[in-house]
Design a protein around this ligand. Structure first.
Ligand code: OAD
Length: 252
C-alpha cells in the first residue's frame, strides 16, 4: 500500500488528529459488526433488544443479550488496528479517539483520550437509585436487580431513541472542530449524530481519511479512501507517520 504524496504532506504538518471508529475496527478482534450479511442486525431486530421499551418489557432477555456480548468482548483482545492508534497518538500535539463501540478495546489497548459516544458495556447503573455497577461489581451482584433498592440495572449504553452522553459528545465535537485530519475507520457512516462529525471536520478545514473494507456513504466525499482491513491499513499509515515525523510531538 502506498500513501499518496499529498497525504504524506498533510500528515507531516498535522497537529490535531482524530480517529472516528466503528464496529469494523473490532471485527478482527472477533466482535461481530452490526450491518452486512453476518452482522448482528441481520439476525436480531434492534427494536426488540436495543431500546428502553424493550428493556422494560423484557429485562431478562435484554440483560442476557448484553451479558452474552460482555462475555465476547472480555474474551477478545485489542488488535493491531487499536494498537496502531495508540502509536499514532505519540506523534501529534493532540489525538482523540471517538468511538461508537461499547467494547472498551481502545482503552484496553492504551489510547489516552477516548470519547465513547455510545457508552461502555462494562458500566451499568440502577434505574431506581442510580447506584453504579462497574464490571466486576455487576458480576458479583449476579442479577439485573439492584442489591440496594431492587430496581432494574441497565447497561450504560445508548439505545435507539436515546440522547448521546453530553460530555462525550462535547469532547468529540470539540476535537472534530480543531482536527487537521480525521481517520474514519470501520464504520458504515449511517448512524447519526456520529456520522455528522466528518462534516464538522470538513467545515473547519480538516481532511477526511476513510479506512474500510468496502464503500460507504462517506467514501465519495472523503479526501482519501483506503480500501482494506483496519489493522493492515492503520499499521502501514502509522509506520509512515513515524518515518515522516519521528516520535517527536509537535507541541507548539
Ligand atoms: P456497522 O456494522 O454499521 O459497520 C461496520 C463497518 O465496518 C462496515 O462499513 C464494514 O464494511 C466495516 N468493516 C468490517 N470489517 C472491517 C475491517 N476488518 N476493517 C475495516 N473496516 C471493516 O458498525 P458501526 O458503523 O459501528 O449503535 O455502527 C454504528 C452504530 O450502529 C453502532 O455503534 C451501534 C449500531 O446500531 C448503537 O448500538 C447505539
Amino acid at each position: 500500500m502506498s500513501i499518496p504524496e499529498e497525504l504524506q504532506k498533510i500528515l507531516r504538518s498535522a497537529r490535531d488528529v482524530v480517529a472516528l471508529t466503528g464496529a469494523g475496527i473490532s471485527a478482527e478482534s472477533g466482535i461481530p459488526t452490526f450491518r452486512g450479511n453476518d452482522g448482528l442486525w441481520s439476525k436480531l431486530n434492534p427494536e426488540e433488544l436495543a431500546n428502553f421499551d424493550a428493556f422494560l418489557r423484557n429485562p431478562e432477555l435484554v440483560s442476557e443479550w448484553y451479558e452474552h456480548r460482555r462475555q465476547i468482548t472480555r474474551e477478545s483482545k485489542p488488535n493491531p488496528a487499536h494498537y496502531a492508534l495508540v502509536e499514532m497518538e505519540k506523534s501529534f500535539r493532540s489525538f482523540t479517539v471517538i468511538t461508537q463501540n461499547i467494547d472498551n478495546l481502545h482503552k484496553r489497548a492504551g489510547s489516552k483520550t477516548v470519547a465513547e459516544l455510545h457508552g461502555n458495556i462494562e458500566r451499568n447503573y440502577c434505574l431506581g437509585c442510580g447506584k453504579r455497577y462497574d464490571g466486576e461489581e455487576f458480576d458479583r451482584n449476579g442479577s439485573f436487580r439492584c442489591s440496594e433498592c431492587g430496581g432494574l440495572i441497565r447497561p450504560d449504553i445508548v439505545w435507539f431513541g436515546e440522547m448521546l452522553p453530553e460530555d462525550e459528545w462535547a469532547l468529540a465535537e470539540e476535537a472534530a472542530q480543531r482536527a487537521d485530519v480525521m481517520f474514519v475507520v470501520g464504520t458504515s457512516s449511517v448512524v447519526y449524530p456520529a456520522a455528522e462529525l466528518p462534516m464538522t471536520v470538513r467545515r473547519n478545514g480538516g481532511k477526511i481519511v476513510e479506512v474500510n473494507i468496502e464503500e460507504t456513504p462517506l467514501s465519495d466525499s472523503a479526501d482519501f479512501s483506503f480500501k482494506g482491513s483496519a489493522s493492515m491499513v492503520l499499521s502501514e499509515i502509522t509506520d509512515e507517520i513515524k518515518e515522516l515525523r519521528g516520535f517527536a510531538k509537535d507541541t507548539e
